[in-house]
Ligand binder design. Structure first.
Ligand code: KIV
Length: 273
């Protein structure tokens, strides 16, 4: 079935042209991909946040390209209408351009429609090479978790004038290099608005205020399945952890009280003739 949105249609999707904001969430497996697709999201990100949210890892730096391939396959099996973007993990695009193109191709072969990678000016050559291999690239600027050590922690970026200027320049460079969209994470609302106004590809914000062309949140944060305290930009729409705990506790109580399974939930031997 055709995608609801294609890369070329997203590349021109700007709110200033009267379009609705783009809706992007993460998903890492088949059942949740079905759910978010049925809920009508535009974009599904197989993020390296799978590390913290599903694999029990401390940091996204531990996630491998094989992990993202595995989870992208699971997402694709749900046959979503939404566009599927797979994250290029740390060190999958930081050595040679050739390695980066081959890693991006792995993600496309696993079922992604596009890849996402972090960074500005110093990623331009690699982005151009991946795009030249006919693989659409989404950029990611601001609080880029793969640079946690260089940033000295996961902190809001672009707060002073010099940093804001650099980030704006990075966004322009990513657009020129052929990115079809860019995630803006953890930056002041005012800077996100300036970047959104300055470039012709859509900006998708997370912790970047309401003025971007779209918003992304981690699904596990939306659903209350996150493993750690959420930053202030997260809005939790459900407490599935509590719902799940209650369901499993009820099952346990029924088993222990011999209320499960009932006779109706049991198979029966054929009645003797
Ligand atoms: O991996 C991820 O979930 C992300 C989003 C936070 C944009 O990169």
């Amino acid at each position: 079935m055709a995608h609801a949105l294609t890369v070329p249609s997203i590349a021109t999707h700007k709110r200033r042209s009267g379009r609705d904001p783009l809706v992007m969430v993460t998903a890492y497996d088949t059942p949740f991909t079905r759910i978010v697709d049925e809920a009508g999201v535009d974009l599904i990100l197989v993020g390296d946040s799978v590390g913290n949210n599903v694999l029990g890892l401390e940091s996204t730096l531990e996630v491998t390209i094989a992990d993202i391939v595995h989870h992208t396959r699971a997402v694709r099996r749900a046959r979503p209408h939404a566009l599927v973007i797979a994250d290029m993990v740390w060190m999958s695009y930081h050595t040679t351009t050739e390695a980066a193109v081959l890693n991006a191709a792995e993600l496309i072969r696993a079922g992604a429609d596009a890849v996402k990678l972090e960074g500005g000016a110093r990623r331009v050559r690699v982005i151009e090479a991946i795009v030249a291999a006919e693989i659409p690239v989404m950029g990611h600027l601001g609080l880029t978790p793969q640079s946690v050590h260089m940033m000295g922690g996961l902190r809001v970026q672009g707060r002073d004038e010099a940093a804001a200027k650099l980030l704006l320049r990075d966004a322009e460079l990513l657009a020129e290099a052929g990115c079809f969209a860019v995630v803006l994470e953890g930056i002041p609302r005012e800077l996100a608005a300036t970047v959104t106004e300055a470039i012709d590809i859509p900006t998708i914000g997370i912790g970047a205020g309401p003025d971007t062309d779209g918003q992304v949140l981690v699904l596990h944060d939306i659903l209350g399945l996150g493993s750690s305290a959420s930053p202030k930009f997260v809005r939790r729409y459900a407490d599935l952890a509590e719902v799940a705990r209650e369901a499993v506790a009820s099952f346990g109580a029924d088993v222990r009280a011999l209320r499960f399974p009932s006779d109706e939930e049991s198979y029966h031997a054929p009645k003797p003739n």
